[in-house]
Design a protein around this ligand. Structure first.
Ligand SMILES: [Zn+2]
Length: 344
């Protein structure tokens, strides 16, 4: 079969790889119908050292179950499923606490020994716990929005939940990438009254406005913090969603928060800089978040996607086939596209 392999910075190739095959009785094989490129895929795309062997990549997919191991009971050949960006058994102590990303049997797509999602098929470990059946046909127009349940929309939601967004709140969102605009949608869904997106790409902040943002602040750093304080009577935001993953953005998020407010950070930290707890100690700002346990949120978020109440799939502004994946990475890295949708 064919799949995407990353060999270093700027070097993504679509190659012939070993067919996805059952290894354990709890595995399923899923033929990928839809996958996509994540903002977090861009970090290795920008910085990974050259590696001739390469590494499989991609962690978001919808597909059709093709084969199941003898111990799989909840899935059948032909089921249309979405997978969260990590696999998990759904049974251990952490899974039962809705922290599926800490599952004792868990792992992530594209890591050594695991298939990546940007390919024709994926071997899914602990398939009963991992996969969620979709109650639609494989050609349903809602599929791109349902694909966002794999990662980007739950991640925005996790930022909002971790920041403690409540009805009537003023919320600031740092970052206008796909996670940032998804965070706007999530905050709006949770009832935030005023949502300020900190971003400077107008095509993205325009989408954020359609998702519920009421204000846009293009300035960064101290100037951006000052602008938000002007908008909020000098106080700052009740809840701040950090959706970038640099020390600078986290530092800014902490300073955007109102005294007693919260910051939810979901950007994959690329450096440990900028986080100074002394900045927030005297103001009782809470810091929450981390890697999103997407599996925990799928059932909660799916009904609003199925009903059409929210359309998180609007983050996709470029569609390609498997051959177009390298170009999809380039477009996202060069900010020509917000998020690339792939139909293998
Ligand atoms: Zn578990």
């Amino acid at each position: 079969m064919r799949a995407t392999v990353i060999h270093g910075a700027g070097d993504v190739r679509v190659e012939q790889v070993a067919d996805a095959a059952l290894l354990e009785p709890t595995d399923a094989i899923v033929r990928v119908s839809l996958t996509c490129v994540c903002g977090s895929d861009l970090w290795p795309y920008k910085s990974m050292g050259a590696d001739e062997q390469g590494q499989r990549i991609g962690h978001e997919f919808i597909g059709v179950v093709e084969e199941t191991g003898s111990a799989v009971t909840g899935l059948q050949r032909g089921d249309l499923v979405v997978s969260p960006f990590t696999y998990s058994d759904g049974e251990c102590e952490f899974c039962r606490e809705s922290l599926h990303t800490s599952c004792v049997q868990g792992g992530i797509w594209g890591s050594p020994g695991n298939d990546g999602a940007q390919g024709e098929a994926v071997r899914v470990p602990v398939a009963d716990g991992t996969l969620v059946k979709l109650p639609v046909e494989p050609d349903d127009a809602l599929l791109p929005s349902l694909l966002t349940l794999a990662d980007v929309f739950p991640t925005g939601h996790h930022a909002a939940v971790s920041a403690g967004v409540r009805k009537g709140d003023t919320v600031a969102v740092v970052g206008d990438g796909a996670v940032g605009v998804s965070g706007v949608l999530a905050a709006s869904r949770l009832g935030a009254e005023r949502i300020v997106i900190m971003g400077r790409h107008t095509d993205r902040t325009d989408l954020a406005r359609e998702f519920g943002a009421t204000d846009v602040i293009p300035e960064r750093g101290a100037e951006g913090v000052e602008r938000l304080r002007e908008l909020t009577g000098g106080q700052g935001a009740h809840a701040v969603l950090e959706c970038v993953g640099t020390g600078d953005s986290l530092s800014m998020a902490l300073r955007l928060a109102r005294d007693g407010g919260g910051v939810g950070y979901v950007g994959v930290p690329q450096d440990g800089e900028g986080v100074d707890v002394r900045e927030i100690f005297m103001r009782n700002v809470a810091l929450g978040g981390g890697v999103c346990p997407a599996r925990a949120y799928i059932e909660e978020l799916m009904p609003d996607v199925l009903s059409g109440k929210i359309q998180p799939g609007r983050v996709f502004d470029h569609t390609t086939d498997l051959d177009g994946v390298p170009e999809g990475y380039r477009r996202m890295a060069d900010r020509e596209s917000l998020k690339t949708l792939v139909r293998p």
